[in-house]
Design a protein around this ligand. Structure first.
Ligand code: WT7
Length: 680
């Protein structure tokens, strides 16, 4: 069944924005050959305070021999994103339309926000930021759960031209500190805490630790604005937690609080600041290439990379991909389950939907709380028409059986989306038949933090689907496959996935480090943006992304580098050396498999393993916890001392077929490591 081709539902195709492969091909060709015309027509849907001239609309250099890499869209134009997402929607009669349905961690907690109210709150908070001295170009760090104040805060930044840096609220204080320090954020936003399932996260306490750390490195966070979130939500039944939380016995409306430490010169409450804030705020007009946000992603050398996105190009690309890929229609309710702490949440929870005047669900909880049917109950509750999630979530929900799904009415669904890693055909088929009832299109969207929006993806009313294939490039995107020598592979074949020219939504630089931007993405193949992923093109021209080819790991859709994990492991006093590889995992896609060489005289025991796991949880985040720690008295290395991860990956899965070992300094080590394999 997996080899079959699945055609878009004819009903859906009838009304979709792009409803045939012919139309797709025509539009794609135009977007590549006449990018100025293609994108300037789209840009006309938005408000520009000043416009760009035709000759300046698009310029770039992808070739380092010809100077620095640069990408510019709509030079000379100026605009304000919050104005386009909010004021414009209110002015055209959508003020009372719901922008977000908020669904809390607990079923009892929900609310909604109209476009008018979102505009008002955004303006008020923009004025609060101004009162804290935030100006155009200043960085604001945001460490928050999935609550309505999060998009409000991001939009408030854009209102005044400040640059937001959202940091996923599952990161540890060290990871948070590193990101706050790198961006030199002036203000940090957080909540007192948040419930994730039945677990309490002490977000303000984590921020306190991070701010201390940042201070010890010479940077001062001037203000920390805290949302009092816990008092207004229901606390999980039977949960008595530390931190002085008071538990109220009733099942709804219970309040919970944590003891917070407070620095009066720095910390303030969101609700107090908002009380007297003016609800109008004239937008600051910013240039097309002014920075919009920084979002950190893992780098293969360990230090996170501050991916920088700018204003005009990102806006038109987020809006256009959202419209065509999800085929959003005015009365639809759209739901993307991704956390706003990741790029998927930036582009497809906040910017893309709001640019299209869409109604979305913003979900704070997890798929497993209070029961493993939460996703299906939310789809039923809000009559969701587009549902966008990750293969890891699909796989973890599959194992609870079909009955949990069948309890709910999922007839409202039209388009299903997948993102974050390759989707295996079993999960694809389950998604297609059980969730989509065989009538929804599945869009397997390939993209990256760096690409800003979808770059290889089916269009739901046009593209015949092959389970596991992201299919064809989006408008403006020109992919190529290259071999190791940089030669272009024509027709069928497999190689490095690269892009030949920029589309409007791609990153512009790494914050504060343009050189690293150039070497990371453009040095490997001169003239091309290198994704770091491998891909295959089949005889019908479909792209199949096969995964990372650099030393990167993708655990449940969280990208991290082997180097980043190794350096934390190696800090442990008992560890001489650490090498980390990924191992396929039925739910997470990949899991971390760590080889540890203990120091002389140190034991490799259960205690050490537990300590190492704990260290990773604390330093990187719970999602990075290794599944397996393998005792490695030595590591397979080349004579020049390079760890051969290819061999470690084989050992991790118990595959004796390790290939050529002749370049190893000590070939005996391979056998030894097989003998020491922990029982899986
Ligand atoms: C990496 C980017 C973009 C949002 C989520 C992750 C992998 C992403 C797919 C897909 C195969 C995929 C790639 C990519 N990836 N989507 N549909 N099929 N692989 O953003 O953290 O920047 O990770 O995720 O390996 O390079 P990110």
């Amino acid at each position: 069944m997996a080899d079959r081709i699945y055609y878009p539902n004819a009903e859906l195709a009838k009304t979709s924005y792009c409803n045939s492969m012919d139309q797709y091909k025509k539009m794609h060709e135009k977007s590549i050959k006449q990018p100025e015309e293609f994108w300037s027509k789209i840009a006309k849907q938005f408000y520009w305070e000043t416009t760009s001239s035709n000759d300046k609309f698009f310029s770039y250099n992808f070739n380092r021999n010809e100077g620095d890499i640069f990408i510019k869209w709509m030079e000379g134009a100026s605009t304000n994103i919050s104005f386009n997402l909010l004021d414009k929607n209110v002015k055209c009669g959508n003020g009372d339309k719901i922008a977000f349905y908020w669904e809390g961690n607990d079923i009892e907690d929900y609310s909604r926000l109209t476009y008018r109210k979102l505009l008002e709150e955004t303006c008020k908070f923009a004025n609060v930021l101004k009162s804290k001295g935030v100006q155009k170009g200043d960085r604001v760090a945001i460490y928050m759960p999935m609550i309505l104040e999060l998009p409000i805060a991001m939009l408030a930044c854009t209102r005044i031209g400040a640059v937001h840096s959202v940091i996923f609220a599952g990161y540890s204080s060290d990871s948070l500190a590193e990101r706050v320090l790198d961006s030199k954020a002036k203000v940090l936003l957080t909540t007192d805490g948040a419930w994730r399932g039945s677990k309490l996260l002490h977000l303000k306490a984590i921020c306190d630790q991070a701010m201390d750390k940042v201070k010890s490195h010479g940077h001062n966070v001037e203000s920390c604005i805290v949302i009092s979130h816990l008092r207004r939500v229901t606390c999980p039944p039977g949960n008595t937690s530390d931190g002085g939380k008071t538990k109220n016995g009733t099942s709804n409306g219970s309040s919970s609080e944590v003891n917070l430490s407070w620095d009066d010169d720095r910390d303030c409450w969101w609700h107090e600041e908002m009380e007297d804030a003016d609800s109008s705020c004239y937008p600051v007009w910013v240039a097309a290439e002014d920075p919009l946000f920084i979002l950190y992603t893992s780098g293969s050398t360990g230090k996170p990379k501050g991916v920088l996105h700018t204003t005009a190009g990102y806006l038109i690309y987020a809006a256009t991909t959202f419209k065509y890929v999800f085929d959003y229609k005015p009365n639809d309710v759209y739901w993307c389950t991704a956390d706003i702490g990741w790029i998927t949440g930036h582009t497809y929870v906040v910017y893309g939907p709001l640019a299209n005047g869409a109604t979305s669900v913003l979900f704070e909880g997890t798929p497993f709380y209070p029961q493993n049917d939460r996703y299906w109950s939310v789809i039923d509750k809000y009559k969701v028409s587009q549902f966008y999630t990750a293969p890891t979530a699909i796989r973890s929900l599959m194992k609870f059986g079909d009955d949990l799904v069948k309890k709910y009415n999922l007839d409202s669904l039209k388009v299903l989306g997948s993102v974050g890693e390759p989707i295996n055909s079993e999960a694809w088929l389950w998604f297609y038949y059980l969730i989509g009832h065989g009538k929804c299109s599945i869009v397997d969207t390939f993209w990256q933090t760096e690409t800003g929006g979808h770059v290889v993806t089916p269009l739901p009313g046009a593209t015949p689907m092959k389970p596991g294939s992201a299919s064809f490039p989006f408008f403006g995107v020109l992919p190529e496959l290259l071999d190791e020598d940089g030669k272009i592979i024509e027709g069928e074949g497999e190689g490095y996935l690269v892009f030949r020219q920029p589309w409007p939504g791609m990153m512009r630089s790494l914050y504060g480090n343009h050189e690293r931007f150039q070497t990371t993405y453009f040095d490997k193949f001169n003239g091309f943006y290198c994704t770091g992923d491998g891909a295959r093109r089949d005889s019908d021209g479909y792209f199949w992304v096969t995964g990372r080819i650099d030393d990167m790991l993708n655990v449940s859709g969280h990208l991290m580098s082997t180097a980043e994990v190794e350096s934390v492991l190696a800090e442990h006093g008992a560890v001489a050396e650490a090498a980390v590889v990924s191992k396929p995992h039925p739910v997470k896609g990949q899991c971390l498999y760590c080889f540890i060489t203990p120091n002389e005289g140190k034991n490799f025991d259960k205690q050490l393993q537990d300590e190492l796991k704990k260290k990773i949880r604390e330093r990187i985040g719970p999602f990075a916890q290794p599944d397996i720690i393998h005792h490695a008295p030595g590591l397979p290395k080349t004579r020049s001392g390079k760890i051969m991860r290819r061999i470690l990956r084989k050992i991790a899965v118990g595959d004796r077929n390790v290939g050529d070992t002749s370049t190893l300094a000590d070939e005996g080590i391979v056998d030894l490591l097989f003998q020491l394999r922990p029982e899986a």
